[in-house]
Write a protein that binds this ligand. Sequence first.
Ligand SMILES: [Zn+2]
Length: 497
Amino acid sequence: MSQQMLIAGGSVLNPASYTFAPADIVVSGDTIDAIVAPGSVGSDGRKVVDASSKLVIPGLVNGHNHAQTNLSKGIADRWTLEILLNHAPWTGGRRTLDEKYLSAAIGACEMLRKGCTASYDMFAEFPLPTIEGVNAVAQAYADVGIRASIAPMMADRSFYEAIPGLIDALPEPLREQALAIRFSPFPQSVAVCRELAEDWKFDRMQIRPALGPTIPHHCSDEFLQACGELGRELDLGLQMHVAESKLQAVVARKRYGKSLVAHLDTLGLLKPGFCVAHGVWLDDEDRTRLADQGASVSHNPGSNMKLGSGLADTRSMLARGVNLALGTDGAGSSDNLNMFEAMRLASFVSRVHDRDSSQWLSTREVLRAATEGGAKALGFEGMIGRLEAGYKADIVLLDLGAPHYVPLNDPVNQIVHCEDGTGVHTVIAGGRVLLEAGRFTAFDFDALRARAATAVARLSEVNRASRALSEQLEPYVNQYCSGLAATPLHVAGFCSH
Ligand SMILES: [Zn+2]
């Protein structure tokens, strides 16, 4: 028997006009049955959710995230992306299966608490993904109750091998120690992804498998082509970090003689199920290629600013027809999973490109990216991201009693520019109330705290030697990568910073 629910008395976001009007929402099972005039449908045995003095919006969608990083939030301050990658072996490594579940559950709870009901998760394991690890992460999302596309993050070159000249810039014995960090040959990773997808244990309407070859030049062309073929064969989404830092754009020209996007296009990877994470260092031709192939970009301004990566030109993406999603990135780089903050930052950073104010992102464009745009990027298009009959009942109620809505002048402006997550009152996902009055109703988050403390203590022991190596490597990595990143790109139409 599917549960019937009536969300009554709220002010509901209209998916066409992006304006709010009083309406009730009738939910049947996990789906929105109808959106009706206030009071026009009686409770008739339905569970009634009181939405009076609430703004009602679709659950937000996080376009880019990493489950393994939730145990390492706040661990670093002044790290670039390259320094972060140098430290990745110890910040995300040597996890037990229980710790993989735990890390994912903490992140899912943080997102839920802050009004997000779906996430694109590039979950990483070293030296290759495992069936049990990915299943543990998927189980965590299922237990917390939100949706996810889980793309095992993979490579067949280490960070040290991927950056031309970096290995040679390291002194011995560090060079030898860095060379010992090796990923598995790519056919093994592809085989795991095939087995996972062919024998997927979860409801694909809630949690679906995807592919995550991490960064183009961290993967051989043969690996990328194998991912593209598997994605086409099994209809899997594919997310990659593309042109996140300037160093990546410089390396692309050194390694491929063209941009990363042009190279991926040559390999046949661009398609509607393809999602770029970041896309900071793109040129106009790249954006046109992505738009022409129906690809998405997850814009992650918090991460880009924290790591000093630069600022993506979202107006140029939208102008060419790229599907724009918003994300937080992992807690190791952003360091929170707050989609309201991501929206606020996306709005603000769109204003720094020395353009007329009419070219800045509007708050409606930002809210659309964090809902419908994300839904398409995750492969849930037509299912989530809108409050409309037939869509899944993933619904967030924002409390108009929160100080940032007093007084209420323009709800969409205030959701994007004022809301910080503290106004999230109720969260419903798949027709289940998962958060009520800001408290978890279906998952024991408090039980995770002691487990997290134990896990961090254990991990600091088992990762001690790995951390020491990363710390010894850091000055050499930073000096070499900073020098290489200073290379001029000389690309016409390039977004300069
Ligand atoms: Zn990432």
